[in-house]
Design a protein around this ligand. Sequence first.
Ligand code: G3H
Length: 560
Amino acid sequence: MSSASSDVSAARSSVPSLPGEVQLATSFPARDAVPAAMVWPATQPRVLIAGETRIYTAATRDVVSPLWLRAHPGEAPQPTVIGQTAHVSVEVALEALNAAQAAWARGAGRWPTLRVEERIEAVERFTAAMVAVRDRVCRLLMWEVGKTWADAQGEFDRTVQYIRDTIETLKSQDRDNSRLQFREGIIAQVRRAPLGVTLCMGPFNYPLNETFATLIPALIMGNTAVVKLPRFGVLLWDPLLDAFAAAFPPGVVNIVNGQGSEIVPPLMQTGRIDVLAFIGSSKSADAIKGAHPRLHRLRCILGLDAKNPAVILPDADLSTTIPECIKGALSFNGQRCTALKIFFVHRDIAERFTAALSDAVDSLPNGMPWAPGVRLTPLVEPDKASRLDSYLRDAIAQGAAVANQARGGGSHAYTAYHPAVLSGVTPRMRIYHEEQFGPILPIVPIADLSEFTEYMLETSYGQQAALFGQDPATLGKLIDVLSTQVCRINLNSQCQRGPDVFPFTGRKSSAEGTLSVGDALRSFSVRSMVAANGNAAGKATVRAILDHDHSNFLSTDIIL
Ligand code: G3H
């Protein structure tokens, strides 16, 4: 059975009438005006379980693109159905878990006990097959979440680079760990071993990159996995299923999709998930973790809520500050966990900053993601515009103003949205406290930096912050305050995750565990060691095992 998302009807009711809305509405093309090379490729509602892909028709959902199209020029744009995704039952989700558990085999399976080198070879085979379907994956990414063509390709290429960096880092770690150590009469080898069955759930804004950022390290370290696909960004997995099936032994990676609130709690309640890798809201993370019956046996790697602030000091150089703030707040329409989501601006510079920011916002090209140079694209969540409206209404009722309203700030048509620069924000307003995850730029005018530091001490977010200014003494003091509040302080530059070799984490409700190429390998493993008496007999035993390659784990082989 197939049913269109009910959210779509809510978005459909927004009929453009104001000038800003009418202009936004023109960006939706006729169906036959879509360039042939940009049309979405065909997919099937498939799942991967126990090494086999299968078409799942028992229950499917239409996948509706945020890129609405007109059947004919002059007609109103309509939601575009670009494929169907499987919505598996609890029984099928449990089947996927059983397959992952069988491959783990209580830790005695072939994959968890394989030599590191052989696991690397499997990931390399997968990567080669993944690169072969790059164009299909990127087009689906663009149609499913509205990412620009450049950003979709960037997400794919960054993911491939992440895998390659992960392989090189693991080789290097493994070379270090292949040494035997002698301490206080003990001969030992310390290596990293896998943890078990991983439930891997990425976010809709980076459905490929951020799912792979946990899945690949989990697999390469010897864990087995069940992947539950994100809310949006599901069809792009279809071209990858065959690559997974061919590269990994049956059951090592299982990929299903379905209603998270239906299928995830039963998976957790089995107590057979050993690692939870989840990127989403802290509320969902708490609910998912809470369903596990033995929390002490659950390792969690979580990327959660964030509301990264920018501080604009009186001596900020606006010629460099504004472009960074625009990138920070509006790359992918602000739908990034790392986005700048609130601006604390010293009142000595607030007026100039607000005017320059508004000018820059209003000059960003809004349109279809394949259009060259486009910077703003339709929003992926069908009810997003109405939620953003509600933030604006709440703030305006309490004295804030949309600084760029005359040029369309805050207006929307169908799924297109013109970002709103919201000035005069105060702690009484919802947007001061809540993560908007979209194109509203709230400006809080401050007379004293203590107003900002008090916000940081109080807030439950703790991912990153960005400081814009020149005075080294002021910057230095702020760095010291922020070093215990966030995990990355950006100087005169936007907040961001990359380069991926740097630690990506957060405090408070923003993260648990650290991601980065090297940290992820540690997050998905535990140190495990072999120790023997360093006397002649102990050395002889260790040597006999090594000389005859009796163990995959205790080994001094070097991976080149
Ligand atoms: O949504 C959160 C992403 O990790 C952001 O990554 O800073 O590279 O866009 P990014």
